[in-house]
Ligand binder design. Structure first.
Ligand SMILES: [Zn+2]
Length: 474
């Protein structure tokens, strides 16, 4: 158990977290378009006495806010981009606020508000106790596009941190100990020759044929990649009319595997397959790397501290209404979806059993040992290769709720805000704990160096970040 006392968050800061979460939820903005969200967050930090630098790493909606001076320097990460077509009211049935509009399906509204509250809570505790050190809030945009933190890490923005703290909305309060998959996104375009498909087919060369051959090649690759690797694709262009030989065809490919090195090998294989498909069809292939993210480098030392902070903070504090609405929302999910999620969470049997029949997991859960590798990807991975990074989840959604679901959006507009306040307290408590504990920071650094070994952080994203969404193929 921690000797550290949980940082209290006063009524007014609770309100600020709730208000910021509401405003972000009500005005969801897509990645690279989060101008109002970034403004709201950076202004709130400025008002609190943080100094703010906007438009960092060539990203107009990225910013860094800082308070305090000298070492240690604790970074708090915040995300605030929404997802397309996820608009949803606070109701236990699928009902968009505006059909086709974006919504916070991944809870990044709560992510930002909780992290903001955590950074401000830590700042106030520093002030009161006269603690040495610096707290820095990183406004990291476009996570859903895999764009923000990669360029920020590449530009060295996390280099002088002693530790970073991040979290993510979910359905359980627990420290994250596992890793996730690294990913490359490739946009492949084939150029052929248009011709009348019936009258003069011999004059045409089909780009769509090349795309089919590449996809077929990828299906055959599957047998020869590691079990945990994931290859998936979508056709983004395939011609317009059957009587015209398609002169252009394109697809978007995600390549995921447990390590950056493995992803690199698979990406190189797909590039060769694209060349092969082009040769077979006498077309030209162009392969563009759209984004590239690292797997998470876990840090047990920091996970232990987060867990202790969670134990000090205690339960999330949901009330009866929260539980009732969560139960209503949960009842709209397929029971098998819920059961699969609970069974796959890697929990002790007793904890797992306790979660069955529960709509809201109010109490933090202790995790032990290596959690393994989750089959998701995040640009927090890149940060974790530069600085020891602590991570946790907080229950913003009913037990078993998948991210990117309408239920997640509905919960975010309601009791999710209580979980954001909880996240703020866990972040502030962890930050204050670490600022006053150079030994733990040194141990976290040592573990980080050991896990990273000789592999210095390097990203394949060498060009300028996209200026806006129109530069991306999705
Ligand atoms: Zn997310």
């Amino acid at each position: 158990m921690s000797t550290q006392e949980a940082v209290e968050i006063g009524e007014e800061l609770r309100e600020l977290v709730g208000d910021v979460a509401s405003e972000l939820w009500e005005r969801p903005e897509l990645g690279l378009e989060e101008h109002e969200s970034a403004r709201l967050l950076s202004e709130a930090l400025e008002e609190e006495g943080f100094s703010v630098e906007r438009g960092v790493a060539g990203l107009p909606t990225a910013f860094v806010a800082e308070y305090g001076s000298g070492e240690p320097v604790i970074g708090v990460l915040g995300e605030y981009d929404a997802l397309p077509e996820m608009s949803q009211t606070v109701a236990a049935r699928k009902e968009p606020v505006e059909s086709g509009a974006p919504g916070h399906g991944c809870g990044h509204d709560l992510f930002a508000a909780g992290s903001l509250g955590g950074a401000i809570g830590a700042k106030r505790a520093i002030e009161e106790a006269g603690i040495e050190g610096t707290v820095r809030f990183f406004g990291t945009p476009a996570e859903e596009l895999g764009v923000g933190k990669v360029y920020m890490a590449r530009d060295g923005l996390f280099d002088d941190l002693s530790a970073a703290i991040s979290w993510h909305p979910g359905w359980l309060a627990s420290a994250t100990r596992g890793s996730c998959l690294a990913v490359d996104s490739l946009h492949v375009t084939f150029e052929g020759t248009a011709s009348h498909a019936a009258a003069v087919p011999e004059a045409g060369r089909s780009a769509l044929d090349a795309l089919h051959l590449l996809d077929t090649g990828i299906e055959f690759m599957r047998e020869h990649v590691p079990d945990s690797a994931r290859l998936h694709y979508a056709v983004t262009g395939g011609g317009g009319a059957p009587n015209v030989v398609p002169a252009e065809a394109s697809g978007l490919y995600y390549v995921r595997a447990e390590s950056r090195e493995e992803v690199g090998r698979l990406t190189a294989w797909i590039e060769e397959a694209a060349e092969g498909a082009a040769m077979m069809t006498q077309t030209e292939a162009t392969v563009d790397l759209v984004n590239s993210m690292h797997e998470l480098l876990p840090n047990e030392t920091l996970a232990d501290r987060v867990e202790e902070a969670m134990a000090s903070v205690g339960s999330v504090g949901f009330d009866e209404e929260d539980h009732a609405f969560a139960a209503e929302l949960q009842s709209t999910l397929d029971p098998e979806t819920v059961e699969t999620a609970v069974a796959a969470a890697g929990l002790e049997e007793e904890v797992e059993e306790g979660l069955r029949g529960t709509a809201l997991a109010d109490e933090p859960v202790r995790t032990e040992g290596d959690e393994g590798v989750g089959s998701y990807s995040t640009d927090v991975g890149d940060v974790s290769w530069v600085v020891p990074t602590a991570q946790f989840r907080a229950p913003t959604w009913p037990v078993g709720t998948p991210a990117h679901s309408w239920q997640a959006v509905a919960a975010g507009g309601d009791f999710g805000r209580q979980a954001a306040v909880y996240a703020a307290r866990v972040i502030a408590t962890t930050a204050i704990d670490l600022l006053a504990d150079p030994e733990t920071l040194a141990a976290a650094r040592e573990e980080f160096e050991e896990r990273r070994g000789e592999r210095e952080y390097e990203t394949a994203m060498t060009g300028a970040p996209p200026a806006d969404r129109s530069e991306l193929p999705y």
